[in-house]
Design a protein around this ligand. Structure first.
Ligand SMILES: Cc1cc2nc3c(=O)[nH]c(=O)nc-3n(C[C@H](O)[C@H](O)[C@H](O)COP(=O)(O)O)c2cc1C
Length: 192
């Protein structure tokens, strides 16, 4: 017979992100962040390749990233509003963890599976932060996908990409839940 964990299931059935814009200090210190990162690093990983890594971005590092956004946005021809929004995402944050997808060369494990594992790490990190009582939000944005930004700003190697920036902080408000998918519309039951 199964051995249910009702508290864990209740958490999974009710969890939701807190918009990064509504997060503030205090943020978890390094000691408090370690178990959250450890939970994320327990994510399924076909072949045990560990095709991901973390970059913990504290306030000064986030400020440095915010400063890099205008230069890259101008080079890419983005309009000022788009540049300002992306810059504020870093400037207004107190703590974010960049989850870096870092696929390994493998004859057995396709790259797509390694990238999916990085996505799983993002969700596990988000959920571990939420379960620890913090507000958290998974964001990307155009700088995440700009090779020069991630290379200059984060030091990513050419084969690495940003799977997500997980913003973590103290929530100031819990917005209402958003509509959730209609299970019947997305689920096909095949008995035979
Ligand atoms: C890969 C990925 C990237 C995202 N990037 C952004 C983003 O840049 N800006 C944004 O407003 N939301 C972004 N979102 C959506 C937010 O994470 C949003 O808060 C989330 O879908 C809410 O889901 P939840 O309430 O079930 O936790 C992204 C989601 C994913 C999966």
């Amino acid at each position: 017979m199964p051995d249910p964990n009702p508290a864990a299931l209740k958490f999974l059935l009710t969890r939701r992100s807190r918009p990064a814009k509504t997060l503030t200090a205090p943020v978890p210190d390094r000691a408090a962040l370690r178990p959250i990162l450890a939970a994320a690093a327990r994510s399924p990983d076909h072949g045990k390749l560990e095709p991901w890594r973390f970059i913990v971005l504290e306030k000064p590092a986030l400020a440095r990233l915010a400063c890099l956004v205008p230069e890259r946005g101008a080079a890419l021809g983005h309009d000022p509003e788009k540049i300002g929004k992306a810059s504020r995402q870093f400037a207004d944050a107190d703590l974010a963890v960049a989850v870096v997808s870092a696929p390994k060369v493998s004859d057995k494990i396709p790259e797509i599976e390694q990238i999916l594992s990085a996505g799983a790490v993002c969700l596990a990190l988000l959920n571990a932060a939420l379960a620890s009582g913090w507000g958290a939000n998974w964001l990307t944005g155009w700088p995440s996908h700009d090779r020069d930004f991630v290379s200059l700003g984060l030091g990513l190697a050419r084969h690495e990409t940003v799977a997500g920036f997980i913003h973590i902080g103290t929530e100031t408000s819990a917005p209402p839940d958003r509509p959730r998918p209609d299970l019947d519309a997305i689920t096909e039951w095949r008995g035979a």
